[in-house]
Design a protein around this ligand. Structure first.
Ligand code: ARG
Length: 433
């Protein structure tokens, strides 16, 4: 006899190495609250459908609430031999209320139970991430509005291209993160399906009411197909995909600010509270927070790859491989929340060096396209205008001048189309959106 909850058909005890190897309690204890909420709803449904008595359901629910408090107060003993959070809660319930505890698992399997817990977790994390993204977007917009007139060079190939404003630059990031928010909200719609009632894979002959459980747990639909309900981890993969795209954006803005804070660019200075020093070089002020955001993108992408690889060869329905989803998901959720929490603080506390941005613009040929478009307005074909201004830039480089230093007389050597109406010296920010 094996004394596990599933030990009936076994003649030997489980090898301790197997217990250690298969145990997930170290990480899935994070799901204790989701598990208890799911179990309470399940018990209420069983009693509503007459599968267990009202008294038994009440006893089960009371026991579950006590277990929740025990866990939260640190008075709950976790034991690797009990495998996972589901087994822990059920066996503690049995200790507390006796054989009635055994009724809770009626018309349920750990397969639909763990699927439910994961759905509840993902839904909760999505709403947390959406709030954090909302805050980041508000911070970016606020910053942008303060810098609508702060001219700076815009780059392509990390070479100065055309004049923009810091406000416009920040709004580019605002729109990226707005899309991230929409992506998470959209993923939330697909994670909003209730798997309970699927049991192991094929549903149950007992007269359950899945719609009722769905209502109790606040889902908008139940899974149509029970095999799909226990095999589906698309909602996890989708969360990880959205998280990966988000990390691309977080990494890009971090990289950009790292560049701006370098002495070579010198466009910005990080606040002391959000920078770190060097243990050897006294002069250093390092952008470690931003570097870590950039670096953490690696683990989030890795987690997505890991999850895709876990799922890609699995036949229907549940396979234990799927237990690997948890650390991947939890790590990703914790990582993106931590990054989203800190980035707005870094952004709002940093100082932008407007004069250096203006100087860099002033010393560049960022106005070249402006000159070319001036000629186009005079009727010159764009390709020709490009060539004319290209020659002007060549001339300026040779003679150590900038385009705006050229007088109309000098400009007329390149083409007669230049006239007094040229807006000399004015760095025009050409964003027209
Ligand atoms: N700890 C398991 C997991 O995370 C729970 C489901 C176990 N089901 C089973 N049939 N062994 O996937």
């Amino acid at each position: 006899m094996n004394n596990k909850l599933w030990g009936g058909r076994f003649e030997k005890e489980t090898d301790p190495l197997v217990e250690k190897f298969t145990s997930s309690i170290d990480f899935d204890k994070k799901l204790y609250n989701h598990d208890i909420i799911g179990s309470m709803a399940h018990a209420r449904m069983l009693s509503k459908c007459g599968i267990i008595s009202k008294e038994d359901a009440a006893l089960i629910i009371k026991g579950l609430l006590e277990i929740k408090l025990e866990i939260e107060d640190g008075n709950f003993e976790f034991k690797p031999r009990l495998e996972d959070i589901h087994m822990h809660i059920e066996s503690r319930l049995a200790e507390k209320i006796g054989p009635v505890a055994g009724k809770l698992h009626t018309a349920r399997s750990r397969n639909d139970q763990v699927a439910l817990d994961m759905h509840l977790y993902v839904k909760e994390k999505i709403s947390q991430v959406v709030k954090l993204l909302d805050n980041l977007c508000k911070s970016l917009w606020g910053l942008a509005e303060k810098h609508l007139d702060t001219a700076m060079p815009g780059y392509t190939h990390l070479q100065i291209a055309q004049p923009v404003t810091l406000g416009y630059h920040m709004k580019a990031y605002f729109y990226m993160f707005e899309r991230d928010k929409e992506r998470f909200i959209d993923a939330g719609k697909r994670s909003d399906a209730m798997p309970l009632g699927a049991c192991a894979l094929a549903g149950t002959t007992l007269p359950v009411d899945r719609e009722y459980t769905k209502e109790l747990l606040g889902f908008s639909k139940v899974y149509e197909n029970t095999m799909d309900a226990v095999s589906d981890r698309d909602f996890v993969m989708e969360f990880l995909s959205c998280a990966s795209i988000l990390m691309v954006h977080l990494s890009r803005i971090s990289e950009e600010i790292i560049l701006w804070a370098s002495s070579e660019f010198d466009f910005a200075e990080l606040d002391d509270a959000f920078a770190t020093g060097s243990s050897i070089m006294p002069q250093k002020k390092n952008p470690d927070v931003l570097e870590l955001i950039r670096g953490k993108s690696g683990r989030v992408f890795g987690n997505l790859m890991a999850m895709l690889a876990v799922m890609k060869g699995l036949p229907l329905a549940y396979n234990r491989d799927m237990q690997e989803d948890k650390e991947i998901l939890f790590d990703t959720a914790d990582t993106i929340c931590a990054c989203l929490e800190i980035l707005p603080r870094v952004l709002l506390s940093m100082k932008f060096k407007k004069e250096n941005m203006a100087k860099s613009l002033d010393e560049s040929f960022a106005d070249a396209t402006y000159y070319a478009e001036y000629l186009v307005k005079k009727g010159m074909p764009f390709r020709k205008a490009h060539e004319v201004v290209g020659n002007m830039v060549k001339y300026c480089i040779k003679n150590n001048k900038k385009l705006k230093d050229l007088t109309v007389m000098e400009l007329k050597n390149f083409t007669d189309d230049f006239e007094e109406d040229l807006n000399f010296g004015k760095i025009s920010v050409i964003n027209n959106m």
